[in-house]
Design a protein around this ligand. Structure first.
Ligand SMILES: Cc1cc2nc3c(=O)[nH]c(=O)nc-3n(C[C@H](O)[C@H](O)[C@H](O)COP(=O)(O)OP(=O)(O)OC[C@H]3O[C@@H](n4cnc5c(N)ncnc54)[C@H](O)[C@@H]3O)c2cc1C
Length: 371
């Protein structure tokens, strides 16, 4: 088992270290290698999801490093997936919490297979990825797809409980990327379920396992019996432990910036004298629970924001307890109940609104790329 320092080494929280991480991305090697477990992926999602940096910021950094758009297109396209799902969430709101295009079928359980939650399904690459999720708070994209496919399309768990389980443990927990990707794999937000067999897993994870329940040809998937190991299911009790509520000190003569789970941007209004509050709303974490590791991660990230104070409570409680002058916050679908001045988030391209497919969205984005 890995220990706590692993997360800190892999995902440092000091802003300088995060900026340094961006300088080491290899967006050219990314294209051909990204699907392999040791591929040249960026590991930036925990920072993008937490609003420390934006997709636009990352893209501009690459332009400044002198990369031409053509050779780094695959990487840019993946960044665009993030913005696509975010726009989708803005447009559809809470509707993303239910099956979107098609009802997932068949579903035999609204719970999660116990062996998946235990990381003990007998497919070594997957079991290892689950252990890594628990120890580091990160999983490679291809392994997320394998896992979702096993949960939804082999064990016939409805996507939502396993999605909440994965979200709970991810440092990059982002409900749009999460719920919509799970639905995409399960065929609830796509026209086809995603399957991968053992040969595919062996290839991308460098394993050589045979005789597993996935060691079948692709035609066998539609009628595959649920493997014995995945039959037992369980409900998970996912709760968030928030820091204790403490008094904060407000300078009533100054405006206030509200930070939250999705906005920990250290350069937002950096030069201004402002009250800065990290708002942790119990109602948010009741609906979208996260692990202690994720809470510790955001508390550490918040240290990049000078003089930030933590308020554990609801937005309305904050404004009724303290005399807040002008309030600023960044747009996000979960902030609709905030009152004050809403500022836009950064987006990579000026393409907004709902697109039924990523490729329709991407086609428009591509037009803005200057070659
Ligand atoms: C079932 C499932 C659940 C997922 N849950 C989440 C989640 O909760 N939070 C989350 O941030 N991502 C989620 N993803 C998307 C993707 O797996 C991660 O963003 C990616 O693996 C992060 O690693 P990276 O930063 O090294 O990505 P890279 O491959 O280096 O990609 C660069 C950046 O592009 C964006 N990106 C890449 N792939 C995707 C994608 N498929 N969808 C959206 N954005 C993408 C991310 O911002 C990422 O940081 C999920 C994918 C699947 C299949």
């Amino acid at each position: 088992m890995h220990s706590e320092p692993d997360t800190k080494a892999q995902f440092p929280t000091a802003f300088d270290a995060i900026l340094e991480k961006i300088t080491t991305i290899d967006p050219i090697a990314y294209g051909p290698s990204r699907n392999y477990v040791d591929g040249a992926v960026s590991y930036l999602s925990p920072y993008i999801s937490r609003g420390v940096i934006s997709t636009k910021f990352v893209y501009h950094q690459l332009m400044e490093r002198g990369f031409h758009p053509g050779p780094i297109m695959k990487f840019t396209q993946e960044l665009a997936w993030r913005d696509y799902w975010q726009q989708f969430w803005i447009a559809k709101g809470d509707a993303i919490n239910q099956d979107l295009k098609h009802k997932q079928a068949p579903v035999i359980s609204m719970e999660i297979s116990s062996a998946l939650a235990a990381g003990n399904i007998g497919i070594t690459a997957i079991d290892l990825a689950i252990q890594q999720l628990y120890t580091t708070g990160y999983i490679h994209n291809h392994l997320r797809m394998y896992l979702a496919s096993i949960a939804c399309n082999i064990a016939h768990n409805h996507w939502k409980t396993p999605a909440q389980w994965m979200y709970y443990h991810l440092l990059d927990a982002d409900w749009a990327s999460n719920a919509l990707s799970w639905q995409w794999v399960a065929g609830a937000n796509s026209n086809k379920k995603y399957y991968a067999n053992q040969e595919n897993i062996n290839n991308f994870c460098y394993s050589n396992q045979t005789n597993t329940f996935l060691d079948v040809s692709y035609d066998a998937f539609e009628n595959l019996q649920i493997p014995e190991v995945l039959i037992d299911t369980q409900i998970l009790s996912l709760t968030t432990s928030l820091p204790e509520q403490k008094e904060i000190v407000i300078n009533a003569a100054l405006p206030t910036c509200i930070y939250n789970f999705y906005n920990l941007d250290p350069i937002w209004k950096k030069e201004e004298s402002i009250n800065r509050i990290l708002l942790l709303e119990p109602s948010h974490f009741k609906q979208y629970p996260v692990s202690k590791k994720t809470i510790d991660f955001i508390l550490d990230l918040s240290k990049n924001i000078p003089n930030i104070q933590i308020f554990v409570g609801e937005f309305d409680e904050l404004i009724s307890s303290y005399k807040l002058n002008t309030i600023y916050y960044k747009e996000h679908p979960l902030n609709n109940h905030y009152k004050g001045i809403e500022e836009p988030r950064d987006w990579m391209f000026d393409v907004k609104g709902y697109y039924p497919s990523f490729f329709a969205f991407w086609k428009k984005c591509k037009k803005e790329i200057i070659f």
